[in-house]
Design a binder for this molecule. Structure first.
Ligand SMILES: Cc1cc2nc3c(=O)[nH]c(=O)nc-3n(C[C@H](O)[C@H](O)[C@H](O)COP(=O)(O)OP(=O)(O)OC[C@H]3O[C@@H](n4cnc5c(N)ncnc54)[C@H](O)[C@@H]3O)c2cc1C
Length: 259
């Protein structure tokens, strides 16, 4: 679509409705529990959502100088100071119960633990096997989570340079071949997910967050992440759920600020 034409549609939602027609649009938004009123302002949904989130946020915004990675790096530094061992490249394949322990399996390790914090978002968690994972997946609150692509990213180039180069020429830390699917002169991908609620569910995000902080009462399992929070799609949601886990599992009411 030409840039001039693109500017005629005020938002991605309007563009979709324009292309899908009224019935397709109804179906799409009914599926996502975001029923659209045709008379509404196109920005109304976003505005209302932002307003409700504003009540949750402290207003004390900080922009990390190095971008969002600064947060992950600070968490890593802080955890290592306490002697935490990290296996960032190990994907959890199975979660099981064995006697009074929880068993975590990756390709290279099997670890038994009395306490378990699950931080994988719901769409990734669905791939994890084992009886414990199955119990979580069969819970109606977990089933009500609707993973949704956050947005589609498109990078347009004058020519498809990636077809002629290998990553070693460019020393790329993020390899486009792994991250993006190539199409013509564009590199395109659906960016990561945020988590809404399935249409028809009567369960609220508050119900979900309450369940996730202790999915099996009396057992030391905690689920954290924006997917299980009242503020899906935001770091704030992930943080709030982590604070819930700290309170539940470690009786830490006031986490220290990270350095
Ligand atoms: C481009 C972009 C911009 C954003 N901008 C903002 C912003 O400005 N402000 C804001 O508040 N939020 C922003 N967000 C959203 C924010 O990044 C997320 O809400 C936040 O990262 C969610 O944290 P999380 O811990 O719940 O999940 P994630 O950050 O997705 O972490 C989940 C982790 O689990 C790992 N994992 C998954 N499956 C397994 C497995 N089987 N075994 C082991 N590990 C596994 C994944 O590799 C991942 O590291 C943005 C997101 C994107 C994509």
């Amino acid at each position: 679509m030409a840039r001039e034409k693109a500017l005629e549609v005020p938002s991605y939602r309007d563009f979709l409705c324009h292309k899908l027609g009224s019935e397709g649009c109804e179906l799409l938004f009914a599926e996502n529990a975001l029923k659209r009123e045709y008379g509404e302002e196109s920005t109304l949904f976003t505005y209302e959502k932002m307003n409700s989130f504003d009540n949750l946020f402290s207003g004390n915004y900080v922009r990390p100088a190095g971008g969002l990675s600064d947060i992950a790096n600070a968490v890593e530094r802080s955890a290592k100071r306490f002697g935490v061992k990290m296996y960032a490249k190990e994907k959890v394949k199975a979660l099981k119960r064995k006697e009074n322990m929880f068993v975590v399996q990756t390709d290279n390790f099997t670890v038994s633990t009395k306490k378990l914090v699950i931080a994988a978002p719901s769409f990734a968690f669905k791939e994890i096997t084992g009886d414990l994972a199955a119990q979580i997946k069969s819970n109606r609150l977990f089933e009500a989570i609707l993973p949704q692509p956050a947005f589609k990213a498109v990078a347009i180039y004058s020519y498809p340079w990636w077809e002629n180069v290998t990553s070693s020429h460019y020393n790329l830390t993020l390899k486009p071949f792994e991250i993006f699917r190539s199409a013509a002169t564009c590199l395109v991908d659906i960016m990561p997910y945020r988590h809404l609620t399935k249409a028809g569910s009567t369960l609220s995000k508050h119900d979900l967050a309450k369940w996730a902080k202790r999915p099996f009462p009396g057992e030391q399992i905690y689920m954290v992440g924006e997917a299980y929070s009242i503020s899906p799609g935001w770091n704030e949601g992930a943080l709030m759920s982590a604070y819930n886990a700290l309170k539940e599992g470690w009786e830490i009411e006031q986490p220290e600020p990270y350095l």
